[in-house]
Design a protein around this ligand. Sequence first.
Ligand code: FES
Length: 158
Amino acid sequence: MRESGAIDTIVQDIIASLKDLPGALLPILHGIQDKLGYIPAETVPAIAKALNLSRAEVHGVISFYHYFRETPPGKTTVHLCRAESCQAKGAKALEAHVKNKLGIDYHETTADGAFSLEPVYCLGLCSVSPSMQIGEELYGHSSAELFDSIINAEEASA
Ligand code: FES
């Protein structure tokens, strides 16, 4: 966990390097999330001030795009593909299983901070649908059994 002073420095550097771009808000938000894993609420005033926007406008953009997180992500993020090919090959059943197993919905993190769950719209593995990504690893032919075996192995090695 970073200190708030360190977060301020990171955010100020990102703002300073991007604020003169046309439509700078989205690049700044992406830059912060890429670096910190989320966009801390306490950074919103500085972003708003630099871009001459209201805090409500900045917050509105963060909450409009599901990609942006307002809370720190879990240690491992699970991405489930919800696009057409995966839907046709059983993604809905996999989704129900994963939500039940982790006890969370999309955009949430397990209470122990181990896993976050996010939807994704095509991982480029349509030919081996349904697909998912767990941490950095991509998986085709995904199933409840495959998910459980990966998650159980991660938990055992934690
Ligand atoms: S539709 Fe799921 S990987 Fe392309």
